[in-house]
Design a protein around this ligand. Structure first.
Ligand code: ES4
Ligand code: ZN
Length: 325
């Protein structure tokens, strides 16, 4: 383990898709274990295919890659493989989006997904001193009725989820489509987050706030196009979970130097740095912090503030928060 400032900085990750942590090495190992065929000749060819033009071009490979996840043990191995890498980078808390619909549609039962992931989360706490939380994510490019069905069918697992979330293809799938689902989640005592303003317009961020009553916006970078919205987000202290390397790889911005992060910070928003889908976007938490440090010339004080924002906004009990402060 390298012993530099960024590695030692205790980092909490609030925006991570656990299926997006599947490195090609494990993908090939699980393909072999489960007799699944992959469209790549080898590990190197998989990495070379990760050249995206937008969110959809990534999602196509993301859903393809997860076809190797079949049994509970596969999900446990997936998460443990990532947790070990994260621990080595100084990550102390991980909140992961889980996409059950992407597994149910392939005939993989929710119990396989959840047994595997909950086993890994227990080990993360006991073996790696990493605390975790899970976010039940709905695929926004699927019907709202399917999301509602999943919310009800996942009742036995609700205690394991801190929040519901909204991911997959944003454009043309506004937050308002899921108003009833999120209202039901609220009734059930679940917190709410949603991807908004990654590829979608600033109006999607407003909708997520007003119609879904979210406590955090995942991405939210297009808020920079709407000064009034930025003021509102700053006033209300709404947390943005920004994913710098993801935004570059999915061409939300051309270069990290062009990213709106400094503008958001100057406007008084509570921003956090996250990895999104580290196996696909070329780096984990430490790499995301390091890339920003390079691109924006941030001081250690700014980096500490960003890491602290995530600890304060995390779904964790106050005892744990105090221990990580
Ligand atoms: C995602 Cl980067 C991103 N955006 C929306 N949905 C997703 N699912 C996995 N990664
Ligand atoms: Zn995401």
């Amino acid at each position: 383990m390298t012993d530099d400032f960024l590695t030692r900085l205790p980092k909490a990750e609030l925006h991570l898709h656990i299926e997006g942590t599947l490195e090609p090495e494990l993908m090939f190992a699980l393909a072999e274990r489960n007799g699944v065929s992959l469209p790549y000749a080898d590990i190197e060819a998989a990495r070379q295919a990760y050249d995206f033009s937008d969110l959809q071009s990534f999602l196509d490979l993301y859903y393809q890659g997860m076809s190797v996840l079949v049994r509970a043990r596969d999900f446990e191995d997936l998460a443990m493989d990532y947790f070990r890498r994260a621990a080595a980078e100084g990550v102390v808390h991980i909140e992961m989006h889980v996409d059950p619909q992407a597994h149910l549609s392939r005939g993989v039962a929710l119990s396989e997904v959840m047994e595997g992931l909950t086993a890994a989360c227990a080990k993360a706490r006991s073996e790696l001193d990493i605390s975790t939380a899970m976010i039940l994510a709905f695929l926004r490019d699927q019907p709202a009725a399917d999301a509602m069905q999943l919310l009800e069918d996942s009742t036995p697992w609700h205690d394991h989820f801190s929040a519901v979330g909204l991911d997959s293809a944003e454009r043309g799938n506004p937050p308002s489509k899921f108003q009833e689902v999120f209202a039901r989640a609220r009734e059930l005592g679940l917190e709410r987050v949603a991807h908004a303003g990654e590829e979608g317009p600033p109006s999607y961020i407003r909708e997520a706030l007003d119609e879904l009553q979210v406590c955090r916006i995942d991405h939210g970078v297009r808020a920079i196009e709407d000064v009034e919205l930025m003021e509102r987000l700053a006033d209300e202290g709404t947390v943005l979970t920004v994913c710098p390397l993801s935004n570059v790889r999915l061409k939300v911005v051309e270069r990290l130097e062009d990213h709106g992060l400094p503008t958001l910070i100057d406007a008084g928003l509570v921003v956090t740095i996250n990895s999104d889908d580290p196996a696909y976007f070329g780096g984990g938490m430490r790499d995301n912090f390091a890339a920003c440090q390079r691109a924006f010339g941030w001081s250690n004080e700014t980096l500490k503030w960003l890491a602290g924002n995530a600890i304060e906004a995390a779904f964790m009990d106050e005892e744990r928060r105090q221990a990580l402060r």
